[in-house]
Design a binder for this molecule. Sequence first.
Ligand code: SF4
Length: 369
Amino acid sequence: MTEKRKNWTKEEVLELYNKPLLQLVFEAAEVHRQNHDPREVQVSTLLSIKTGGCPEDCGYCPQAARYHTDIEKNDLMSVQTVKAQALRAKSSGSSRVCMGAAWRNVKEGDDFDQVLEMVRTVRDLDMEVCCTLGMLTEDQARRLSDAGLYAYNHNLDTSEEHYKKVISTRGYEDRIETIGNARKAGLTVCSGGIIGMGEAPEDRAAMLVTLSCLNPYPESVPINALVAVEGTPMEEQEQIPIWDMVRMVATTRIVLPKTTVRLSAGRTQMTDEGQALCFMAGAGSIFAGDKLLTTPNPDINKDMELFNTLGLTPQKAYKKGDKPEVNENYKNSCSNGEKQKWSRPAHTIEANVKATLNAKEKRKLNPKL
Ligand code: SF4
């Protein structure tokens, strides 16, 4: 990504975010047109290759084992099932498959070998392959890259400050470290966040500043709206107004001009008009399929109808370029430079503890849960 970089401050990003909405959308649309083909939107498919039972305590996530939610747990998917689902996705316009496993970090052994085989299989279908498997070492990143992985997803979720109120089982610095490991292995990076988790606009701006100071910044930035799931600590969070989503997409577009901004979770709660405004403001991708990992997502036929109405076409794979070179000397500009050991800060988050206790009570009453 060769471009003159701007060193954004939180104040500057916040000023952008708070501009009169239509002015912000107009400026974002201009940046989008200078850097992307506005008629194309990438359709991506997110497959949950291993669902539930995760040891982490992310306050928004129905897959954390410690909370009680209605999701159906599943062991690692077979390579054949992944291939069948990828083929189906390709035939309905997807050019990228993201495979997600509910793990804290990647562990060596049969499961990782199986994931490597899935990566080779989907790569051979000429689709961009992305994985989101939790924290990973440099060596694991390299093996994924050798297998043909195109992108590694590892979301920052929110600002460093707000992160402590959402997750207590790992630190923000762990995220930055894993992103660095993906970079060193020559993978493109997908990293974004979730809005609507009780954060302030300052936190949204701070997250974008952190993303912008990664050098190079992520090629892909998913912007999710929280889907509050019963049983999680955030079950009572109010749905954010569509205008917040439009502002966040537009601000991301301007701060990271070349990145693909992905309109991700929460689309079922958005109107067609709301989504259209997000495309106008620079969203360049959606996720297709009736589920986004575990939360609902619009039907692909409905998405294609909307594409037709808006004059959009699905983007082909690798339109944004091949994988970058392996870069062993990559240094994280957002890291404090100390050798990172994955942390377990384990501070107390009241809502997470409460949801864990509620789940224990429910299981006591019904041990089958
Ligand atoms: S978001 Fe990922 S790491 Fe966090 S609990 Fe869910 S599956 Fe685990």
